[in-house]
Design a binder for this molecule. Structure first.
Ligand SMILES: *Cc1c(COP(=O)(O)O)cnc(C)c1O
Length: 397
């Protein structure tokens, strides 16, 4: 909370987690220093990407890696890569997709707001399966044969959105996609921790995996990772990078792009608006190295400590029940508000915290059920105390 506030905008206490609308996670001093260290000089961006790509390869076990401007950008670039492959003419044409493979198959239950990034390329999402678990009418989700049945000669890729209980499982999805000669794109944006997931999706056969840099990794908010098969990552890079090169002048580096294997260089591609700067490239690579050196259990212990401290400051209060939900990859403090006894309801408590000074953001996902959820991953030193005070004030003393 200390330091100057550029533009006069005051920082908030973020107990929501690394949401984009709240500017992602705080970045640590080492990452900030690495970004500042490159900010004052110019570099060849292809060389920077190749160097960061080597860090990504080491962390993920994939053949190649690219720093993107986020996981959503990674999904756009991955889709463009699966459609255009190594064809510069196809790259030049997108999103005009007529004549190219223009469908991506996805389990209906995995549709989400971020698949707009996939559709940006001009493809149509073909939904497979009929999940009927929410209705309580059945037990089924999408099965692998339904993915197989949705594949057609127009299919460019299969999209798999990672999450607890994603159906069909990745291995089965990979099996039917690969049997049809198709790549699998994995949206793994928020699947860290555990750190083992950096490698898990690639190990399970995914051809391209997108992670957010501005979530658990603690990289710059507008950064991400796309990793996977070399020729697909090369296609993604060609469609994102500045392509304004005279013939024969594209830098030959150790990166995924081998200019000698191309018919020619495409012009600026569909991914050009997803550009990343030197600060994001170096910041992401530094954060990734630090993240790998960290430890899931130690990180979790710190999170639990902060949540326990917040819970302790509120203590026993009529109508409030506090519980640390320790089941998922990230523990959370769940504050259930019984409006009839607490003289406030969950929505009003949420609003009061947002209106406090400093502003406190919590996760509203369970407000409908009368619960406030606090995520510890973006809290900084002193925030647990700030939240305790804020809650006390909001609850009236
Ligand atoms: C956060 C998220 C994204 C977008 O990630 P950015 O790095 O913000 O672009 C995509 N998919 C899922 C499932 C996410 O949770």
């Amino acid at each position: 909370m200390s330091g100057s506030h550029p533009l006069g905008v005051r920082p908030i206490v973020n107990a929501k987690g690394p949401a984009t609308r709240l500017s992602g996670p705080p970045i640590c001093a080492e990452v900030a220093a690495a970004m500042a260290a490159v900010a004052g000089s110019c570099f060849d961006i292809v060389e920077l990407q190749a160097a960061a790509g080597a860090v990504i390869v080491e962390a993920t076990g994939a053949e190649a890696g690219l720093v993107t401007s986020g996981a959503a950008a990674g999904l756009l670039l991955a889709t463009a890569a699966c459609v255009a492959r190594g064809d510069p003419a196809a790259m030049a044409r997108l999103p005009e997709i007529g004549g190219l493979k223009d469908e991506v198959v996805v389990a209906r239950s995995q549709r989400n707001q971020y698949d707009h990034a996939v559709r940006t390329v001009g493809v149509r999402l073909v939904e497979a399966g009929l999940p009927d678990r929410v209705a309580g009418a059945g037990v089924r989700d999408t099965e692998a044969w339904e993915i197989a049945a949705a594949i057609s000669p127009r299919t460019a890729a299969v999209l798999w959105v990672a999450g607890p209980g994603a159906c069909p499982p990745l291995a089965a999805t990979v099996q039917v996609a690969h049997a049809a000669g198709l790549p699998v794109i994995v949206d793994a944006a928020a699947q860290l921790p555990p750190r083992a997931n950096l490698r898990a999706f690639t190990a399970a056969g995914a051809d391209l995996v997108a992670f957010s840099g501005g979530k658990a990794i603690g990289g710059p908010q507008a950064s991400g990772i796309l990793c996977g098969r070399r020729e697909l990552v090369a296609s993604a890079a060609l469609q994102m990078l500045d392509m304004d090169y005279l013939e024969g002048t594209f830098p030959s580096t150790a990166g995924p792009i081998d200019p000698n294997t191309l018919n020619g260089l495409p012009p600026h591609g569909i991914g050009r608006p997803c550009k990343v700067g030197r600060e994001q490239i170096v910041g992401l690579a530094t954060a990734l190295q630090l993240y790998r050196a960290g430890d899931d259990a130690m990180e979790r212990a710190i999170w639990l400590e902060r949540l326990t401290e917040i819970a302790a400051t509120i203590g026993e209060r009529a109508g409030l029940s506090l519980r640390i939900d320790d089941a998922g990859a990230i523990p959370r403090l769940v504050i259930a508000v019984d409006a009839s006894r607490a003289q406030i309801d969950a929505r009003a408590l949420y609003d009061r915290l947002r209106g406090s000074e400093p502003r406190i953001e919590t996760d509203p996902a369970q407000l409908w059920a009368g619960r406030l959820v606090l995520d510890p991953t973006c809290l900084i030193d002193g925030d647990a105390e700030r939240i305790g005070k804020g809650l006390e004030a909001a609850l009236g003393g």
